[in-house]
Each structure stands twice: as structure tokens, then as C-alpha cells.
Design a protein around this ligand. Structure first.
Ligand SMILES: Cc1cc2nc3c(=O)[nH]c(=O)nc-3n(C[C@H](O)[C@H](O)[C@H](O)COP(=O)(O)OP(=O)(O)OC[C@H]3O[C@@H](n4cnc5c(N)ncnc54)[C@H](O)[C@@H]3O)c2cc1C
Length: 278
């Protein structure tokens, strides 16, 4: 049987950090399970975050009006993307599991990791007009966010000062990972490791090790399947009227984003739902 590959896209500057400890646990545990583990250590690689003309080798399609998305799609088709992007795309192709390991920066990923997302997940390679969400390019792969915060957990509750973590995670988990087709596993959140006792940090690392043992068997998060929408420009990519009518009778919206003005399904972006309800 071919060896399974996991890619960890890692974004922390310090080898003594808690993120580094979390990374080490994942590398050890997945390796023990027989995975080939590839780590893209973005700061160590000095990975370039900005999406520029330098990402395309050779002539541009339209040098008068530079459009990054158009040009990188064209370059991808012709094998003219820069070497650092191609190397990362190969890793994604080989991986059945992609873990993003990072400290939360401004409710999101650090800029260097956003740069990886902007530059590596190019049109054509990671999505196309026809291939998005559950019909997406990476629908046979799994991905997840694993991150640390400065905030304590209660700050990210729906009645906490930062607001609901489910809302915070929607852009990355739906707008990036699920958009490209990945099945998204529930995030691993290490709340405020800098402000808790050492024993709590040890327990968090142990919990992560235990979770990794069954990670690939976990049910992914729930998103709204494309079939619920009229995916045409005429239909505006909106819910089919019949689906909307049916939903009116339900207590919750479909997802965190598709809340339909109702209550958001509980823990939609943080836990796999216990039922098969979509
Ligand atoms: C630009 C910026 C924006 C930010 N935005 C946000 C935000 O929007 N929301 C938010 O909540 N936070 C935010 N933060 C805070 C940031 O998320 C936290 O500082 C970060 O997540 C902490 O993780 P760390 O790995 O850097 O912790 P570290 O400070 O490296 O580690 C915490 C503790 O763990 C210890 N440790 C290391 N290894 C081990 C080990 N093996 N076992 C046990 N303990 C160990 C370390 O010694 C340290 O005492 C932001 C920070 C910056 C710089």
C-alpha cells in the first residue's frame, strides 16, 4: 500500500514556542502512524507572502493591466509559476491531510500563511468556476486548522467580548478550505497557552496527541452542499426557493454563514455535528 502523506503548513518564528511543541507532537504521532510528514516551515523557508508579478515566469498575458488571478491561472496551465509555488503545490497534491499550524493573528492566520494561501491555491490548481465547495478540486483530501490564541476561551463565545469563534473561523474554513473542496476537520484550538499553568499546557499537548490517533476517522464539519443552490449566474448562486421554504420551518440556519437570519447551528465551525443533518 502506498505511504500516506500529511502536509503541515507551519507559521511560527520560534523553535521554543508552544506552536513548535504542537508541531512536534503532530510530526511524531503521524510518523508513528506510518505517514510521510512534510513540514512547510514558512518562516524558516523565508516564504514570500506577497502575490506579485514575480510569481509568473516569462511574459504576461496582459502586461498593461496586471491581474494576479488571471495571470497565475494562465501560468499554471502553461507550467510557468515560480518554483516556490510549484514546490508547495506538489506537496498539496501528494498530501491526503493538510494541517495549518499557527498562532492566531488578528482573528486569522499570520501574514506569511495568508501569503501561502494567496500564492499556492491558485485558480486552476485549487479551484475553477465548476470545481468549488463539495465539487471542489480537493474533495478527496482533508484539511484542518490547528492554532493557539492569546485569548481565553470565554472571550470567543457568542456572548464573549471577541464574539463567536464559529464566526471567526468561517472565512478560513468555508471561504478557503471548503471552497477548494477539502473536507474540513474540526479545528484544534489551544486556548491561551501563554497564560495558563504548565500542567495545562502539558494536558493540551497530550489531548492533541490522543486526537491525532483517530483524526482521519473523524466526521468532518458540516457545510451547505452545492445542490441546495441554483449555481448559475441567472439564479445568483442562491438557495433554491423550495429549499428556503423548507428551511423556514427549522429552528436553525444551515451553517454559520447561511444563517438565513435564524440562530446559527451550535458549534457549526468547531465540532462535527452529531446527526447526519446537512
Ligand atoms: C500580530 C499579532 C496578532 C495577534 N492577534 C491575536 C488575535 O486576534 N486573537 C488572539 O487571541 N490572540 C492574538 N495574538 C496572540 C497570539 O495568538 C498568541 O501570542 C499565540 O497564539 C501564543 O502562541 P505561541 O506559540 O506564540 O506561545 P508561546 O508564547 O511561544 O508559548 C506559551 C508558553 O508555552 C511554553 N511552552 C513551549 N513549549 C512547551 C512545551 N513543550 N510544553 C509546555 N509548554 C511549552 C512557552 O515556554 C510559553 O511559556 C496575536 C499576536 C500577535 C503577535
Amino acid at each position: 500500500m502506498a505511504q500516506r502523506t500529511a502536509l503541515i503548513v507551519y507559521g511560527h518564528q520560534s523553535s521554543g514556542s508552544f506552536n513548535a511543541a504542537v508541531l512536534d507532537v503532530a510530526v511524531q504521532e503521524l510518523t508513528e502512524q506510518g505517514y510521510r510528514v512534510i513540514v512547510s516551515d514558512l518562516y524558516a523557508m523565508n516564504f514570500r507572502a506577497s502575490a506579485t508579478r514575480d510569481d509568473i515566469i516569462g511574459d504576461l498575458k496582459n502586461s498593461e493591466l496586471f491581474q494576479y488571478g488571471e495571470e497565475t491561472m494562465h501560468a499554471w496551465m502553461q507550467g510557468r509559476l515560480s518554483d516556490d509555488i510549484v514546490a508547495e503545490q506538489r506537496k498539496v497534491e501528494e498530501a491526503e491531510l493538510v494541517i495549518f499550524q499557527f498562532p492566531m493573528y488578528w482573528f486569522s492566520v499570520p501574514a506569511i500563511m495568508k501569503g501561502w494561501i494567496d500564492r499556492v491555491l491558485t485558480q486552476g490548481f485549487a479551484f475553477s468556476l465548476e470545481k468549488i465547495y463539495d465539487n471542489g478540486v480537493f474533495k478527496d483530501k482533508k484539511a484542518m486548522l490547528s492554532f493557539t490564541t492569546g485569548a481565553i476561551e470565554t472571550m470567543f463565545r457568542s456572548d464573549g467580548i471577541n464574539g463567536d469563534i464559529n464566526v471567526t473561523l468561517w472565512p478560513l474554513q468555508n471561504g478557503t478550505l471548503h471552497f477548494c473542496g477539502f473536507e474540513v476537520l474540526a479545528p484544534q484550538i489551544f486556548w491561551s497557552p501563554a497564560h495558563c499553568p504548565p500542567t495545562v499546557r502539558t494536558t493540551m499537548l497530550e489531548g492533541w496527541r490522543i486526537r491525532l490517533k483517530g483524526l482521519l476517522e473523524e466526521k468532518p464539519l458540516t457545510f451547505a452542499p452545492c445542490e441546495l443552490f441554483d449555481c448559475s449566474f441567472q439564479g445568483g448562486f442562491m438557495l433554491w426557493p423550495k429549499v428556503r421554504e423548507e428551511r423556514e420551518l427549522q429552528p436553525y440556519g444551515i451553517t454559520t454563514g447561511h444563517h438565513l437570519g435564524k440562530s446559527v447551528p451550535p458549534d457549526n465551525q468547531t465540532k462535527a455535528q452529531p446527526t447526519n443533518e446537512k
